[in-house]
Design a protein around this ligand. Structure first.
Ligand code: ADP
Ligand code: MG
Length: 620
C-alpha cells in the first residue's frame, strides 16, 4: 500500500475495510444459501457464481494495477496473458489429457514466458509508445489464437471438464478464494518490498529513478512479467468457473475491465481494485438485468461519476472522510503557516567547518583527479552543443562551470551522468571509464546530481525519497520481500535533519517549497554516498533569501562530508562565494579556467559576458 500519510484515522479505517472484505468473502456462500431460503426465486448457485467471478476479476485487476498504479505503465496486452492462462489449462487438458489442476499450476509459467518475451518487445519504447506496442502485441496474440483453428478451436473456443471434487460450486468458490488469497498475499509482499519501492520511484519520476541507480527498463520488464504471471493464474481460474476459454478474452478491448475496476476501486491502494471488482460485478449484474440495452451507457456514466467524485477511487473514501474531518477541526484553530526549515541549517559548528575547510583547500591543490574529461563533444545534428571540452576536477574541489545561456553546461552534465551519449571523447571518473554508460550505472559509481529542473519523487514523503535512494544505492531494490519503509528509516531521518528538513520528513516531498525541494535533491545525492555531486544551476528560480540559504547548505555539506562539487550557475555572487576553481564555457567550448580571482580579471571572460551581465557584477 502506498503510504502517503502517517498512521491516521484514514489508515485505521482502511485496515477495517480489509477485515470487512475478508469476512465478506468468507460468508458469501452461507449468505447466498440464506437468501435462497427466504426468496424462492433467488438462486444461491448464481450468487456464488457471481462471487467467484468477482474474486477472479479482483486478482486480474490487482495484477494490472501492479503496472498501472504502482509503476505508471498503461498496457493493452494484459488481457492477452489472462487469455494465455485460460488456454494453457484448456489445451493441456484437451490435447494431452493433463488434469486441470496441473494445468492451473502451469498457467503462470506459460504466461511468464509469453509475458517476458513480448515484454522485451514492448520495452523498446516508453509511455505512449510502450502502450501502442502492447496494443500490437495484444492483436498479434489474439490473431494467433483466433486463427489457429486446429489447435485452439478458433472462434468456438476451448472447453474443459472439472474434476468431481470441484464440481460443487461452493467448493469451487472457496478453492478460488484460496488461490486468489495466496496470489494477493504474494503481490502484497512484493509492493511493500524494496522492489516495490523501485517501482514506486519509477512511477513518480523515471529520470530520478535512474539517477539513484535504478535500471528502469529492467524493473519495468520485471513488473510486466510478474503481472503476466498473476494474470495467467486469473485466466486459469476463469476457465474453472466458465469451463470455456474463447479468443475474445485476449482482445485488446478486454483490458477495459481491469482498468475500469482499478479506477473505480482506487489505483493508490493495494486492495482498491478488489473492492472495485465486487462493485463492478454487482453493478454489471443489476444493470444487465434491469436495463439490458443501456448497459454500456449506464456503466460508463457510473464509472465516470465515481472517478470524478473520488479520483482516488472508492477505497480512498476513508482518507477523504478523514481529511474532511481534519479540515473541519482545523478550521476552529487558527492555522499556523508552515515555515521553511531555515533555522536548522544555521546550527552547525562554524569552527569545525572552518578548520576542515583549510585542510580541504590544501588537499585540493595536491589532491588527485577525481573526474577527468577528455576532448568531449556532443553534436545535435549540425549544432555543436559541446565541442572538444577537456577539464579535470580535483578531489575535494568546488568547481564551477560558468557561461552564458546555451553555452553547453547542461549538455555537458548530461554527458557526464549518462542522460546523453557523447559523439566523441572520454569521461574518466575515479579511475574508471564511464563514457556513454547509462545513468543508473553512473549513479552507482558515485556521481549524484541535481537537475536544472528539480527532480524528486513528489508524492513520496521526504523520508521515502531518501530511503529509496539508499535502497537503490545498496542494491536492495532487487528484493521482492521485506518492508521497504522500515529500512534505512533512521539514516534517512538523520539525513533529512542534516539538510534541515527533519520536521517535514513525513510530508509528501512535492508539498515543500521550491528551496526545500532543492535540499531534498541534494540530500538524495548524499544518500547515494556520492563522491562527486553535480548541481545544475542550484539556485535557479530562487529568491535571494532562498539562494543564500541553499548555498550555505551546499557549502556546509561539502565541507562536513568532504564532497567534490561540480556546479554550473548563473548568479556570479554564488559562483564567487562558493567555487575554488572556475571553468568558463562559451558556445560549447572551454574558454578558460582558473581560480575565481583569475577569472574575475580575465578580459576574454568579461567580453563573453558583456551584454549578458553588468561588468561591475563580474569585476571586483
Ligand atoms: P546551457 O545549460 O549552458 O544553457 P545547454 O547545454 O542547455 O546550455 O544547451 C547548449 C545548446 O545545445 C543550446 O543551443 C541548446 O539549444 C542545444 N541543445 C540542448 N539540448 C538539446 C537537444 N536535446 N537537442 C538539440 N539541441 C539541444
Ligand atoms: Mg542549462
Amino acid at each position: 500500500m502506498t503510504r502517503l500519510l502517517p498512521r491516521s484515522r484514514g489508515d485505521r479505517l482502511r485496515w477495517g475495510l480489509v477485515l470487512v472484505l475478508f469476512v465478506f468473502v468468507a460468508v458469501i456462500p452461507p449468505l447466498a444459501g440464506l437468501y435462497e431460503n427466504l426468496n424462492p426465486d433467488a438462486s444461491a448457485r448464481f450468487q456464488i457464481f457471481l462471487g467467484t467471478s468477482a474474486l477472479v476479476l479482483a486478482l486480474w485487476a490487482i495484477s494490472y494495477n501492479l503496472m498501472l498504479g504502482y509503476t505508471g505503465m498503461v498496457s493493452f496486452a494484459h488481457a492477452a496473458y489472462y487469455g494465455v492462462g485460460a488456454y494453457t489449462v484448456a489445451l493441456l487438458f484437451k490435447r494431452y489429457n493433463v488434469p486441470v489442476i496441473v494445468g492451473l499450476a502451469a498457467a503462470p509459467f506459460v504466461a511468464a514466458v509469453v509475458g517476458l518475451i513480448t515484454g522485451l518487445v514492448a520495452q523498446r519504447a516508453v509511455r505512449l509508445y510502450f502502450s501502442l506496442l502492447t496494443l500490437a502485441i495484444s492483436q498479434l496474440l489474439f490473431s494467433l489464437v483466433y486463427q489457429s483453428y486446429d489447435i485452439t478451436g478458433g472462434d468456438n473456443g476451448a472447453s474443459i471438464t472439472l474434476p468431481d471434487q470441484l464440481t460443487d460450486y461452493t467448493t469451487l468458490y472457496y478453492f478460488t478464494a484460496v488461490v486468489v488469497g495466496v496470489c494477493l498475499l504474494l503481490m502484497f509482499i512484493l509492493v511493500r518490498s524494496p522492489l516495490g519501492a523501485a517501482l514506486l520511484s519509477i512511477r513518480e519520476n523515471r529520470q530520478r529513478a535512474s539517477a539513484i541507480g535504478i535500471n528502469v527498463k529492467v524493473y519495468e520488464l520485471a513488473v510486466y512479467t510478474i503481472a503476466s504471471v498473476f494474470a495467467g493464474v486469473a485466466g486459469g481460474l476463469f476457465i474453472f468457473y466458465q469451463q470455456q476459454a474463447y479468443p475474445e478474452m485476449l482482445y485488446w478491448t478486454a483490458n477495459a475491465q481491469p482498468v475500469v475496476v482499478s479506477l473505480m476501486g482506487g489505483t493508490n491502494t493495494f486492495l482498491g481494485p478488489a473492492i472495485g471488482a465486487f462493485i463492478y460485478v454487482v453493478l454489471e449484474n443489476a444493470i444487465s438485468k434491469h436495463f439490458p440495452y443501456q448497459f454500456d451507457i449506464i456503466l460508463g456514466a457510473i464509472v465516470l461519476g465515481v472517478v470524478l467524485a473520488v479520483p482516488g477511487g472508492v477505497s480512498d473514501l476513508p482518507t477523504v472522510f478523514a481529511r474532511l474531518r481534519e479540515r473541519f477541526h482545523r478550521a476552529e484553530e487558527a492555522e499556523a503557516p508552515v515555515e521553511s526549515a531555515g533555522e536548522a541549517i544555521r546550527m552547525f559548528d562554524v569552527r569545525k567547518a572552518l578548520a576542515s575547510e583549510a585542510i580541504q583547500a590544501e588537499e585540493v591543490h595536491s589532491g588527485k583527479t577525481l573526474l577527468s574529461i577528455e576532448h568531449l563533444s556532443k553534436r545535435f545534428g549540425g549544432l555543436r552543443a559541446v565541442e572538444d571540452v577537456s577539464l579535470e576536477v580535483k578531489q575535494g574541489d568546488r568547481h564551477a562551470i560558468i557561461g552564458p545561456n546555451g553555452a553547453g553546461k547542461s549538455t555537458l552534465f548530461n554527458l557526464l551522468t549518462g542522460q546523453l551519449k557523447p559523439t566523441s571523447g572520454k569521461v574518466i571518473f575515479d579511475g574508471r571509464d564511464i563514457t556513454g554508460k547509462p545513468p543508473h550505472v553512473i549513479a552507482r559509481t558515485g556521481i549524484g546530481r541535481a537537475f536544472q529542473i528539480t527532480t524528486i519523487f513528489p508524492k513520496l514523503t521526504v523520508r521515502q525519497n531518501l530511503q529509496y535512494a539508499m535502497l537503490a544505492h545498496g542494491g536492495y531494490t532487487v528484493r521482492p520481500f521485506g518492508f521497504a519503509n522500515r529500512m534505512f528509516r533512521a539514516e534517512a531521518q538523520e539525513l533529512a535533519e542534516a539538510v534541515g528538513l527533519g520536521a517535514w520528513a513525513d510530508l509528501p516531498a512535492g508539498q515543500l517549497s521550491h528551496g526545500d525541494q532543492r535540499a531534498i535533491e541534494i540530500a538524495i545525492s548524499l544518500a547515494l554516498g556520492s563522491k562527486l555531486v553535480l548541481l545544475d544551476e542550484p539556485t535557479a528560480g530562487m529568491s535571494s533569501y532562498e539562494t543564500d540559504k541553499a548555498m550555505e547548505l551546499v557549502r556546509r555539506l561539502a565541507t562536513e562530508r568532504h564532497l567534490t562539487l561540480l556546479f554550473c550557475e548563473h548568479d556570479m555572487s554564488v559562483v564567487f562565494s562558493t567555487a575554488r576553481t572556475v571553468t568558463v564555457m562559451h558556445q560549447g567550448r572551454v574558454l578558460t579556467a582558473g581560480t575565481p580571482e583569475q577569472i574575475r580579471h580575465n578580459p576574454d571572460v568579461q567580453k563573453v559576458y558583456l551584454g549578458e551581465l553588468e561588468q561591475e557584477e563580474l569585476g571586483a
